[in-house]
Write a protein that binds this ligand. Structure first.
Ligand code: GAL
Length: 354
């Protein structure tokens, strides 16, 4: 059995799904260091490598809200993988309401599910969630919203699967640096941008906002932030914010950074309504590589995006869940498993169409 597991892990690693584990590393090398050993790559303790996977169990999956483009791909993928392995799966919609999600977790606990996969509504609620699952002694994989290592250390049957958000921000900055005028369309010596942010409580929003601009500054560029507005990952909000900013700042805007693709697609509508042309008089970047965004990158209507690998993360979340079900425990500081982001340009966009 160990052999099968080692083989499975080797396959996962060779597919490049596992970026790194343990504490988050700086953006410059995060996601590029291969795990140094199989036990590390599992994020678990070597002493607790499982004997046999427990299949056919029940799994409760809590999603922060169904009405989120990226998380829809992710949850569908999770369900498909779990069902194909014979698990009985229930996926519930938290409606972006932490109190509601806590009730859903309690219901799953009462039903005695074998494992939980939870996409928290609020990162700040991680302590409550961890407390609930620990008291009930249910192996749990947290996804998409990363708690701190200290919070996770409270429970050794808990692991986080996600990506290093800083890396996606850095890639967005690099996409701008790779344009012919490196983002300085009007040649005034500085890159003037607006930032359309996701939910600012979310670490992905915080780090993408910070690292996209940091990449420009690290390359010695002067930057000017014309505006930063929260758009809560939502297409309509992206459209409204871009419309307002284009009306207010006009040609001064050279770059629109969006923390995700859904907001970028909204922003694109406003760019087109304002008579502006992406890659000619304005640049636009997102994150996620939604199919709609990949089409726009290929059409030249988006400068680029960053693959947020929903299938890779779902695969890894199930893998980690099975390790937990088989008795793996996680030591403090080794409870995060990362899947790599990938920079998407017109050259490689077609490779990611689903
Ligand atoms: C991010 C993703 C966003 C949104 C968010 C929800 O990773 O890029 O589109 O889904 O997660 O927490």
């Amino acid at each position: 059995m160990k052999k099968t597991l080692a083989l499975a892990l080797a396959v996962v690693m060779s597919l490049g799904l596992l970026a790194s584990c343990g504490p988050k590393e700086p953006a410059s090398n995060s996601g590029t260091n291969p795990p140094s050993s199989a036990s590390q790559s599992q994020g678990g303790d070597a002493s607790s490598i499982p004997d046999a996977p427990k299949e056919g169990g029940t799994v409760g999956v809590c999603i922060y809200k169904f009405d989120d483009a990226f998380m829809t791909t992710y949850r569908n993928s999770l369900q498909e993988i779990l069902e194909s392995k014979g698990y009985k799966v229930t996926v519930v919609d938290g409606n972006n309401d932490q109190a509601k999600q806590n009730e859903q977790i309690n219901t799953f606990i009462t039903q005695k599910v074998d494992a939980l996969i939870i996409n928290p509504v609020m990162t700040s609620a991680a302590d409550q969630i961890i407390d609930l699952v620990k008291t009930a002694d249910i192996p749990t994989v947290l996804i998409n919203r990363e708690p701190t290592a200290e919070q996770m250390a409270a429970y050794d049957k808990l692991v986080y699967v996600g990506c290093d958000a800083a890396q996606s921000g850095t890639f967005q900055g690099e996409l701008i640096l790779e344009t012919p005028n490196q983002g300085d369309i009007n040649g005034d010596g500085k890159i003037s941008y607006i930032m359309i942010q996701g939910d600012p409580e979310n670490i992905d929003a915080q780090l993408r906002t910070e690292y996209s601009v940091k990449a420009l500054q690290d390359a010695g560029k002067e930057v000017e932030q014309l505006n930063l507005t929260r758009g809560d990952w939502d297409r309509n909000r992206g459209q409204e914010i871009a419309a307002n900013d284009l009306a207010q700042f006009g040609d001064k805007i050279e770059v629109i950074f969006c923390n995700n693709d859904d907001m970028a697609i909204g922003a694109l509508q406003s760019i087109q309504q304002a008579g502006r042309k992406v890659n000619e008089d304005i640049y636009l970047v997102g994150v996620d590589a939604l199919d709609a965004a990949l089409s726009e990158v290929m059409n030249g209507n988006m400068t680029g995006t960053v693959l947020n690998d929903a299938v890779g993360q779902a695969t890894e979340a199930v893998n980690q869940m099975e390790l937990l079900l088989n008795g793996t425990t996680y030591s403090s500081g080794n409870q995060s498993v990362y899947v790599d982001y990938v920079k998407v340009t017109p050259d490689n966009a077609k490779d990611f169409v689903k």
